[in-house]
Ligand binder design. Sequence first.
Ligand code: GLA
Length: 375
Amino acid sequence: MKGSYLLTTLVIALMVFSCNQKTDEGYSMQKKVFGDYDGKEVVLITLKNSEGNTLKLTNYGATIVWIEVPDRDGNMENITFGYETLDEYTNGDPYFGSVVGRYANRIAKGKFILDDIEYNLAINNGMNTLHGGPGGWHSVVWDYEITDNEENIPSVIFRYHSPDMEEGYPGNMVIEVTYQWTDNNEIIIDYNCSTDKKTVLNITNHAYFNLKGAGNGDILDHEVTILASQFTPVDQDLIPFGENIAVEGTPFDFTQSHIVGERIEEDNEQLVLGGGYDHNFVLDNVEEVDAIVYEPKSGRMMEMITDQPGVQLYCGNFLDGTEAGHGGKVYEHRGGLCLETQHFPDSPNQSAFPSSVVEPGSPFKSRTVYRFSVK
Ligand code: GLA
């Protein structure tokens, strides 16, 4: 009896964890079935680094589902928004942790001209296109490869083929997004995208962070530093009107650390338009670290490093308390903040902005790092 019980348990365990590697180095990589979507299997992948900290990912949207790191007393907590079921992701979520493309952020009127050809995109944000359109890369099933590469870093490589004219964008694009989860508690994200036709690209990850723990209140008490001397002010549709403005003397000056709540309610036209911070910062790209988020009570700190020209600071202004994630915890208004590394919104229509054009034969390569520690 006991033997058959053990056998059944073993079989179930083998079915659930079709891959379970615990290595001599102390890290581990596992996957289990998360569900089915669009006729394809979706998995939940758990990477543990040698420090015992966890990163969970799914191939639906190449999404970060869970980041569990200690506070200064060693208490573990998940600090990013995510769901327990695939259905909640596929029912349309606010891009919790997902990769966003082919063009993250907004393209005015959902159109742009490239080499005299006008391309019309799927519209999903008033008159405009947001985050690649309704069928963007956050909502597709990616291929995946779980690997500890040559350096023994637990990693996942996600791959997707975006067909020519998908959501209206020209060119077949092959996209590779690699997440490495280092013993230094860094998520290193590498993007590698190539096309067979001239196209535009803006790819990012849309993780929401709350360093007190996802669902543990708002982020107004988080201290933020962004090394950006300028930002791109927006119109009523949150589309930049083409000018970079100095942050100095405005509530957008995060070159010295400020708590998010200090100025977010100020009577400032840009803050009113964004419902708070929802703006692209023009990174100075002078130091190794481009942005720091610190939460004094837990002592958790996140450093962000990127080679991209901009970062969208979004403070969950559109969240209204109707989303609940892991453990049924409610993600309230301003319950999380995003640092979406990017090219500037609407660049395909704004010649003064750094070009977001990708050409055949010159793949786009980019790296963003989120590093977690305590202080
Ligand atoms: C980005 C945008 C926001 C909002 C969120 C998703 O951060 O800038 O305006 O659309 O994504 O809800």
